[in-house]
Design a protein around this ligand. Sequence first.
Ligand code: C2E
Ligand code: MG
Ligand code: MG
Length: 371
Amino acid sequence: MLFRSRDRATIDVVLCDLQMPEMDGVEFVRHLANIGYAGGLILVSGEDARILDTSGRLAREHGLDLLGALRKPVTPEALERMLGPRAPSRKETSAARPAALSVAELERALVEDRLVCHYQPKVALASGKVVGVETLVRLRPDSGGLIYPDRFIGVAEEHGLINRLTRAVFASAIRQARIWRDAGIDLHVAVNVSMDDLDDLAFPDFIAMEARRAGVPLTSLMLEVTESRLNKNPLLPLDILARLRLKHVGLSIDDFGTGYSTLTQLRDLPFNELKVDRSFVHCACCDKSLCAIFEASLGMARQLGMRAVSEGVEDIDDWRFLRASGCELAQGYFVARPMPAEEVANWIDQWQARLPELYGAAASRVAGQAS
Ligand code: C2E
Ligand code: MG
Ligand code: MG
């Protein structure tokens, strides 16, 4: 079924049943993507919810603007809700997303010291206490604005620049940790490291030396490890991560459940924090599959004696779900977006002012600092 706008020849919304004669919905969706269809898409099916979910995910992966999926029988109210005011189309945003930086551009940014660190808070779900921040790197181009890591981390990994980048980010984050400590703000500071960083046996000594120079205890540092591709030599990361843990640096397995952040890593590497990927957190309260995966991840963290952090906490429903789940820490746009270092102290005050609303009137003004 097609909805055409009155004044344009373009199609605004396509309603697509997954079970159709001759061509099924999955094939049809593929054709829509191939012809560059830019309108909305609603999937409809009497099949089980997981097939509908998978087909929806496929449509999104194709870059289509999926408005939602409806189980049959479809009620007019449900359809009306889905056709309601539309959010900006994903098609528009992904088409507008610029390509990755070239190696030369990235090298120049490193030489010219154009890295900018933003910080995103992590809070304790039980109390609302701000326990730390994660450092997220951006680049500042000549043209102004910021370039986000999805455009350059992969390039850095592929072209042997990630070690330089990580060391620069770490040095900047540790200086900032010192500034916060001097201002009486005692935050744990996390830095992202790629598995490709863990091929340099001098890495633990670099971390220890920078921390000593800044006068920041190693126990207040966290390294969040993401593995975006398979590591060639599993012994090196094992050696390096084991030495970092011996120095009492915290180690977090990032994006758990996706890519190569797997059970094997959990078995082999000495992590003490598990970050459940945001794709299993946002909307887990109303999606049985997500909820099952989320709870299994949390259960594993608990049994292995690891602290669990949920990323991608985007709205009040995610927040309530997490509070009831027993997960220790939360991070996401609902709490705060990544921000420049200078904004963190103000944000802590604003967050404290939100606590009575989130924890009830009896909520004491818990300190916005790490223990
Ligand atoms: P990550 O370490 O998993 O960081 C979380 C990403 O999710 C950040 O994106 C953050 O801005 C975003 N995010 C936070 N809360 C929410 C939320 O509620 N909803 C949604 N949709 N997104 C949220 P960002 O800053 O673009 O970073 C993307 C990834 O780039 C990071 O994922 C990390 O893997 C990598 N990265 C960032 N900085 C560094 C770095 O210094 N070194 C390395 N190796 N990787 C980095
Ligand atoms: Mg991270
Ligand atoms: Mg992550």
